[in-house]
Design a binder for this molecule. Sequence first.
Ligand code: GLC
Length: 423
Amino acid sequence: MAAGAAMFRPRIASAASHIDWWTHARFGMFIHWGVHTIIARDIWNMDHEEIPPAEYKELGKKFKPPPGGPRAWAKLARQAGQKYMVLTTKNHDGYCLFDTKTTDFCATKQACGRDLASEFVEAARAEGLKVGFYFSMMDWYHPDGLRCVADEAARRRFVPYIHEQVREICSNYGKIDIMWWDGTWPLSPEGWEAEKIEKEVMRLQPGIVINDRGGTKGHFSTSEQKIEPAGEGRPWETCMTINGSWGYVAADDNWKSSKTVIGNMITSARGGGNFLLNISPRADASVPEASVRVLEEIGRWMNKHGDAIYGSERCRVSRSNYVNFTRRGNTLFLHVTRWPGPVITLARFTSKVKSARWLATGEPVAFEQARQEDPREPAIGFPLYRVKFTGLPETNAGMLPVIAAEFEAEPVQDLKYPRWQKK
Ligand code: GLC
């Protein structure tokens, strides 16, 4: 085999691992919720306006969501094709949605009077979804939360407080599938005693999948508001908002279209990553209608095209200005973003197409393929193919229609064409 071809050898599947369900799932729901929804200007409002904790605490008296919210979110998530849900059990503002012995600034001891983490877990499980807990280590409400940077005595009070909360959420809610850390500012990993608490989490929740925002590497990398694949072989996830805010912001009307959101999920899946899409329920747990609409449209698309997302693997095909791609095994999924007319042409494949069909209906798609010349010297030593999918409709065949093309080997485009190599 020529040297150039070696890099296209299919990789041997590795042994099953505890994160396999997560990498297969590809699509989840992120929920930012808490007392900040009363102000309706996001969690960060507390920081930006420097609201003193004693004043912020008043929100605990006003936050009284009626029961049933998490059930509605979980239903929406399942219908959208999401496989897991991640709830902010505590964001940076320090309000705990879970019951805790460590503070009275929690749902059970404030006006709400119920354990919202527990309602969330039950709701997710009832819809067959995996359960994720977001937990912010950074805590603006605790008096030592900032002091701990320069004052060792404060750090020694504060870190056990945080660790105890982590122990509580890992002990009192049955099986938790994901630990989604956030906010390690202002301490270093050593300051947080991050390795110690991570071990504790894994002891209390064997098999849990952990992100990389707790001062350790965890099991997967996170990419926030942009799509940035991690290195080869490393699981990763994009988290993104539907408008521009994590927590509920009444005045944020900067909604992404369903097509944009689905496009972001496709691009994440193309890089072999998950897509965690945020909703920001209001104080009464209702989800803004614009978000509901987007999730419902995604659900309709996923019903027909979910096969192109679940279990997708890192894809080494990217060259087209009107098609996006995902891949599973030797099957390439063509997501047509800008309809080109009756023919879709793609070039520089290192193996041949065996069959092609519309993913939604299974109807075959006609195609023809021919060897391509490659002027490289010495000769590259493997054939290249240019493929035309033909007989397609003249105009758009719906939102992001998908063609599944099965190749003889892993579909790869060889992009080392000399025209693009700058000497
Ligand atoms: C940032 C924000 C935080 C939000 C998170 C979601 O870290 O500070 O409020 O929960 O992003 O990824």
